[in-house]
Each structure stands twice: as structure tokens, then as C-alpha cells.
Design a protein around this ligand. Structure first.
Ligand code: DC
Length: 225
């Protein structure tokens, strides 16, 4: 039944605008939103809190089975709750991204989070952003977008985003951290970051998020949604 609910996937590396554009698009369409990176960040946060190392596969599986993550979507942000606490600030840091990327390379972790992500598919539709949403999680999506941008622009955007959220950040360190995370996400053996074969690539370096949104909406209209 849920297979008939339309999904739009927006994949790409950090700082390409996936999250912002995904949220704008979901609001415009009145559809649900899945921030899959937040699932991986929440998972890593809990595993880390419980001192579970990446090689402790049985314990990681248990975390995946018991994971109680909720998303509260507001006008311009998604707040993430886990085990009754708002963990948004704790997981949104660059450190949170680095830790998520490490656990996300473990096949058992990806497997545990796969069904959770698919369960978010609800009528009237879902906008889902991440790294492998079009290639693995929702291969039957009605529209698959892959966003790119130059490394410099991505670092500047992340810098501004983190600064606005009150994090203490350094631009050149951030550039290095983003490059390291990209490398890790692109070179892992399971579900590496790459465009699905039928994804439409949009380079967001020189255009505004509203222009990206317009382009996605016109692609969607061409598919009669
Ligand atoms: O989108 P993000 O920056 O919040 O994601 C944090 C990390 O989680 C990212 O570096 C890799 C991992 N991730 C993933 O492996 N697959 C996804 N679909 C989403 C995120």
C-alpha cells in the first residue's frame, strides 16, 4: 500500500542544500519529510553515549532495534528527539556528522535503519534526503535529485549554518572535515554516496535555494505530480 505513496529523493554530500531544499519542498507540497542523516546522527549519538564501539556489532544491532527517534517538523527546521530528549543541538555539530559517518559505514547499522526509513513513507507523499535514498532506500521514487556544489561553497554554507546555530567553527578546519567525511561516505563498500543511475543532477553552487526548488518543482510537474 505504502509503495503507492510518491517519494522524491534528494541526495548529495554535505553543504549542497539538501536539508533546506527538502524542507521547503515538503512544505510546498504538503508532504512528509525524512532527514535520513538525522537517523544516522541519532544512532551514533546513542551508540557513543553507551560506549559501544563500531566493532561491537551485536550491541549495535540492539541499538538499531530499540532506537526510538522522533522528528518534530517546524517551519524552518527539524527537531530530533531520542528516548524522550531533544538531541538536536547535540547531533547537529560537525563532530555529530563525523561520528554518524563512521557508524553509517557498518552494514548492520544500515540494515537496521533501512526499515525505519521506509516506514516514514506516508500519504500524501514523502520528500527524503540523504546519501542513498534514490539508489537504495526508495529505488521506486517518482523523482530522484542529486545535488552538488563546489567544495569551497559547501564549506562556506556549512560554516554559516553551524555559526547560526551557535557552534564554534573554523572555516579551514571545516573544509578538511567535510573533505574527510565525503571521502568516507563515497568510499565505503555499502551504499556509498553516488547518484542513482536515473537521478537528475543539479549543481547548486551558483543558484539560490529558491531556484533549486523551482527546478525540482518543474521536474515534478513534468512527471504529472
Ligand atoms: O546528511 P548529514 O550530514 O546529516 O549525514 C550525516 C552522516 O550520516 C553522513 O556523513 C553519512 C551518513 N548518512 C548516510 O550514510 N546515509 C544517508 N542516507 C544519510 C546520512
Amino acid at each position: 500500500m505504502s509503495d503507492h505513496v510518491p517519494v522524491i529523493t534528494i541526495d548529495g554530500p554535505s553543504g549542497t542544500g539538501k536539508g533546506t531544499v527538502g524542507l521547503l519542498l515538503a512544505h510546498k507540497l504538503g508532504w512528509h519529510i525524512l532527514d535520513s542523516g538525522a537517523f544516522y546522527r541519532a544512532f551514533a549519538h546513542i551508540a557513543h553515549q553507551r560506549h559501544i564501539l563500531p566493532e561491537q556489532i551485536d550491541q549495535l544491532r540492539r541499538v538499531g532495534d530499540q532506537l526510538d527517534v522522533r522528528f518534530k517538523v517546524r517551519a524552518d527546521e527539524i527537531r530530533i528527539w531520542a528516548e524522550g530528549r531533544d538531541i538536536t543541538a547535540a547531533i547537529r555539530s560537525e563532530e555529530g556528522g563525523r561520528s554518524a559517518s563512521i557508524y553509517a559505514a557498518i552494514p548492520e547499522v544500515r540494515q537496521a535503519l533501512l526499515a525505519r526509513q521506509r516506514d516514514t513513507r506516508r500519504a500524501p507523499g514523502l520528500v527524503a534526503d540523504g546519501r542513498d535514498l534514490g539508489s537504495v532506500v526508495f529505488p521506486d521514487a517518482v523523482l530522484k535529485i542529486f545535488l552538488t556544489a563546489t567544495p569551497k561553497i559547501r564549506a562556506e554554507r556549512r560554516y554559516k549554518q553551524l555559526k547560526d546555530k551557535g557552534f564554534d567553527v573554523n572555516l579551514s578546519r571545516l573544509e578538511n572535515e567535510i573533505a574527510a567525511r565525503d571521502y568516507q561516505d563515497t568510499h565505503r563498500t555499502i551504499s556509498p554516496l553516488m547518484p542513482a543511475s536515473d537521478a537528475v543532477e543539479i549543481d547548486t553552487s551558483e543558484i539560490t535555494r529558491e531556484q533549486v526548488l523551482d527546478e525540482i518543482v518543474s521536474l515534478l510537474r513534468a512527471r504529472r505530480y
